[in-house]
Design a protein around this ligand. Sequence first.
Ligand SMILES: *[C@@H]1O[C@H](CO)[C@@H](O)[C@H](O)[C@H]1NC(C)=O
Ligand SMILES: *[C@@H]1O[C@H](CO)[C@@H](O)[C@H](O)[C@H]1NC(C)=O
Ligand SMILES: *[C@@H]1O[C@H](CO)[C@@H](O)[C@H](O)[C@H]1NC(C)=O
Ligand SMILES: *[C@@H]1O[C@H](CO)[C@@H](O)[C@H](O)[C@H]1NC(C)=O
Ligand SMILES: *[C@@H]1O[C@H](CO)[C@@H](O)[C@H](O)[C@H]1NC(C)=O
Length: 385
Amino acid sequence: MVSRKTNESMRLIVATFVGVVFGFFIGVSFPTFSLTKLNLSSSTLTTTDFKYTKHTKLSPSSSTHVQHPIGNNGTSANVTLKKIWVSSNPRGAERLPPGIVRAESDLYLRRLWGKPSEDLTSTPKYLVTFTVGYDQRKNIDAAVKKFSGNFTILLFHYDGRTTEWDEFEWSKQAIHVSVRRQTKWWYAKRFLHPDIVAPYDYIFIWDEDLGVEHFKAEKYIKLVRKHGLEISQPGLEPNKTLTWQMTRRRRDLEVHKETEEKPGRCNHPHLPPCAAFVEIMAPVFSRDAWRCVWHMIQNDLVHGWGLDFALRKCVEPAHERIGVIDSQWIVHQSVPSLRNQGEAQDGKTAWQGVRERCKKEWIIFQKRLSRAERAYFKQVNSTSH
Ligand SMILES: *[C@@H]1O[C@H](CO)[C@@H](O)[C@H](O)[C@H]1NC(C)=O
Ligand SMILES: *[C@@H]1O[C@H](CO)[C@@H](O)[C@H](O)[C@H]1NC(C)=O
Ligand SMILES: *[C@@H]1O[C@H](CO)[C@@H](O)[C@H](O)[C@H]1NC(C)=O
Ligand SMILES: *[C@@H]1O[C@H](CO)[C@@H](O)[C@H](O)[C@H]1NC(C)=O
Ligand SMILES: *[C@@H]1O[C@H](CO)[C@@H](O)[C@H](O)[C@H]1NC(C)=O
């Protein structure tokens, strides 16, 4: 009995031992075995895939195989890779199919609901911007009313007050941009990029202190078109002495494009300030003229002084394309506004400080322009030899 039991337990121990050893060998050999098998199967798979993609270049599945490193040849990637490169697209957008590229935008307001194609009930063809402080609201309200529904209204607020303007019904449809203590040309450079204001035939970039009692925007535009003006302004009714004769309203004319100045002021009758000249307080630009002028505005010269003398660089022939509309005229009220937003410094008043900066900017602008022109002609000369 006892020996039989020992015999059985011995057999059990031997069986277990054999089982464990067998299992150990299987366990040890299994990973290599399975890996080899996997390797084999994956290599056969990629080979067939490779052939497949080679023969069906345009099949959608082929592009997914581009990611796999297939051999060292690299040709397969070339066969299946289909990247877009359209050099006529706007710079930086060459990888996009041209059909989706929207290089220009607009300032039209849209709804949050419904069909996008039905959002716009009107697409104004003209844009008017005013650089405003809340104190001038009565004047701006009167001015805005001279612009019909064919105009997009855009206000640049230099005093940070915007919601107060909602007392006017039109304000709810207007676009308000609020950045404290900046100038008209600072805003224009940042927010009126030619590609953004592209849908507008004409762009008014106006000050806030203009009297518009004798001005109607639609009539003004009709005259601008009639006389082919690319850059213009309404005549100024002088209620004090004007700096330049060119912008003075002529009572006997519809439009004028040249004038007589004080002796010594004009080198040539076709050059500013006797012609090809409007001031920067109430200019109106055509789309094409604005595209050029925008590029000429300097980022650091915020007052725009000197710009008026350089506008002629943007249109050709300037003395025919720049003019003053006399029959739609305005009054310059010379209300001190943004000037008083300066800061008193070194014993000078805020207003003196601003004025000095204006003059300084004018000199800097002139220097940059003439330097750039000289550099250009020098280069053109040297390459033409
Ligand atoms: C490697 O590329 C050459 C052409 O550069 C091609 O002729 C050859 O068939 C390719 N090899 C394989 C394995 O695809
Ligand atoms: C891809 O193939 C084209 C011709 O089919 C060849 O001109 C081009 O150089 C190839 N590019 C690469 C990266 O091999
Ligand atoms: C707006 O423009 C259209 C098309 O030019 C013109 O017919 C219409 O009279 C203009 N609206 C006003 C109020 O002048
Ligand atoms: C200029 O005109 C405005 C309004 O048209 C008036 O308030 C202001 O007193 C006038 N200034 C002078 C100096 O006549
Ligand atoms: C360009 O070259 C011409 C003649 O070669 C010369 O008269 C003119 O001054 C040059 N202009 C500049 C800006 O160097």
